[in-house]
Design a protein around this ligand. Structure first.
Ligand code: CAA
Length: 291
């Protein structure tokens, strides 16, 4: 199963990252988003991240231009018709994803694969909302996609072997390492990472330490590249909350209870870096802790 044309649904930070690495690996990429402004913003973002690689001496000007020439973007779903695989990288909300599949599936070639970049939702349940459960699976990239080496692969109950093999070869061709997870809430990385982040938020909520104390503790005391609250802002607090909710609902164990402070920040619209404020305020020159 040759995958040459890669469709990406959702022009957010994950969609941009997947487009970046796929185009550099020589694939033709079509980004689709309902909002044409988001599509244009995504193309500018990818231009920026590729240019950063040129200035860092990681790729040549020609490689950047070749990669950029392989990426198109549009707000017309029909532009996905020629894709060999479409990777949905929309917001972590099951109803949004279901609407997308209803919209996208009728346009796809019958043999095309459909994948989701979900970080927590059931692949089997999402597959049931498509017309091709055998050719549907989870391909979960980590953020920032160009930097992080790992991709989790998750089969649904119906995913067939050729689909899994094609996805594995595609990920290997991006020079990423694969880990395979069974289809359980939040898979492997987020099953472990998000309770750690949630615990950091409880540590803040209970007044054990300030934002700075907690992040410094984990950066210098556990050698994490980012403190857990900085990482939460980086992932997006809305995404963190939805992953905790999936763990809490799916595993019915109180240890996954989302911290009320996380809920409050999300209700305030303080979603982290992308909204300018979360556990840090990003609106000035340097991030300032909000607590
Ligand atoms: N896009 C592309 N490249 C980026 C980037 C981005 N958003 N952010 C940083 N980089 C690159 C930089 O260009 C730099 O490259 P060079 O070494 O070639 O110069 C390199 O990454 C290091 O960046 P910096 O020196 O600016 O900063 P840093 O050393 O602090 O590293 C980091 C930044 C790589 C993000 C690091 O802090 C880190 O690894 N943080 C943890 C990230 C993490 O845990 N991600 C997983 C999140 S969980 C997830 O994704 C699953 C989910 O579903 C929620």
């Amino acid at each position: 199963m040759a995958l040459n044309n890669i469709g990406i649904v959702g022009a957010g930070q994950m969609g941009c990252g997947i487009a970046h690495v796929s185009s550099l690996a020589g694939y033709k990429v079509q980004i689709y988003d309902l909002d044409p402004d988001r599509v244009q913003a995504a193309l500018a973002t990818i231009n920026g991240t590729l240019s950063r690689l040129v200035s860092g001496g990681k790729i040549s000007e020609k490689e950047r231009n070749d990669a950029l020439s392989k990426i198109s973007g549009s707000a017309d779903v029909n532009d996905l018709a020629a894709m060999d695989i479409v990777i949905e990288a929309a917001t972590e909300d099951e109803s949004v994803k279901r609407k997308i599949y209803a919209h996208v599936c009728p346009v796809l070639k019958p043999e095309a694969l459909l994948a989701t970049n979900t970080s927590s939702l059931s692949i089997t349940r999402l597959a049931s909302a498509t017309d091709r459960p055998e050719r549907f699976m989870g391909i979960h990239f980590m953020n920032p996609v160009p930097v992080m080496k790992l991709v989790e692969l998750v089969r649904g109950i119906a995913t067939d072997e050729p689909t899994f093999r094609a996805a594995k070869e595609f990920v290997a061709s991006l020079d990423k390492a694969v880990t395979v997870s069974e289809d359980f809430p939040a898979f492997i990385v987020n099953r472990i990472l998000l309770p750690m982040i949630n615990e950091a938020i409880y540590t803040l909520y209970e007044g054990v330490g300030s934002v700075d104390a907690i992040d410094t503790a984990m950066r210098l005391g556990a050698n994490h590249p980012m403190g857990p609250l900085q990482l939460a802002d980086f992932i997006g607090l809305d995404t963190c909350l939805s992953i905790m909710q999936v763990l809490y609902d799916g595993l019915a164990d109180s240890k996954y209870r989302p911290c009320p402070l996380l809920v409050k920040y999300v209700e305030a619209g303080w979603l982290g870096r992308k909204s300018g404020r979360g556990f840090y305020d990003y609106r000035g020159d340097v991030p300032v802790p909000t607590r």
